[in-house]
Design a protein around this ligand. Structure first.
Ligand SMILES: Cc1cc2nc3c(=O)[nH]c(=O)nc-3n(C[C@H](O)[C@H](O)[C@H](O)COP(=O)(O)O)c2cc1C
Length: 143
């Protein structure tokens, strides 16, 4: 069984909810998800043994401009994940800008092979979590 970990940075809980829903969708598809945990204090054993690392955060900015990943300093503080596959996601309210791409940049700099990212609208977490996982599994199949 393939194993994933979900690392989260969240201010008001939406990104946690998104991470839990993504984990549930992955488990339904036969994946093990050993931990959904804060990127500030990752479960290091789960991280070590994960084949796939998912990194989630929220969209910070002035709603339609200047978007950047929330808690960027904490994202950059995550450990190296050299040799692992990884993908980013963010939650947003109005317009995520290019936050998923910026987060993918963090994952690349940590040594991962990045499988693409997606923004999940905070009011459509169920639907978007399902879409995210189905795209992710599609990308994994061709990676
Ligand atoms: C200070 C601040 C700035 C935000 N800026 C944006 C923004 O530029 N664009 C956007 O779509 N959402 C923006 N949001 C909304 C959040 O990204 C959204 O509510 C997100 O789901 C919060 O995730 P969390 O509950 O995990 O903290 C902002 C929220 C806050 C608190």
């Amino acid at each position: 069984m393939s194993n994933a970990i979900v690392l989260i940075e969240s201010l008001t809980g939406n990104t946690w909810k998104a991470g839990e829903k993504i984990a549930a969708n992955l488990r339904q598809s036969g994946w093990g998800v050993s931990s959904v945990c804060s990127v500030r204090k990752p479960d290091l054993h789960a991280l070590e043994t994960a084949d796939l690392v998912l990194l989630g955060s929220w969209t910070d900015g002035i709603f339609v401009a200047a978007q950047r990943p929330g808690g960027a300093g904490h994202l950059w503080g995550m450990p190296s994940i050299a040799g692992k596959k990884a993908a980013a996601f963010c939650t947003y309210a109005l317009n995520p800008g290019n936050v998923p791409a910026k987060m993918s940049g963090v994952l690349e700099s940590k040594g991962a092979t990045v499988l693409g990212g997606l923004a999940l609208h905070r009011k459509k977490l169920d639907q978007h979590a399902e879409e995210y996982v189905s795209r992710l599994l599609g990308n994994l199949a061709t990676a």
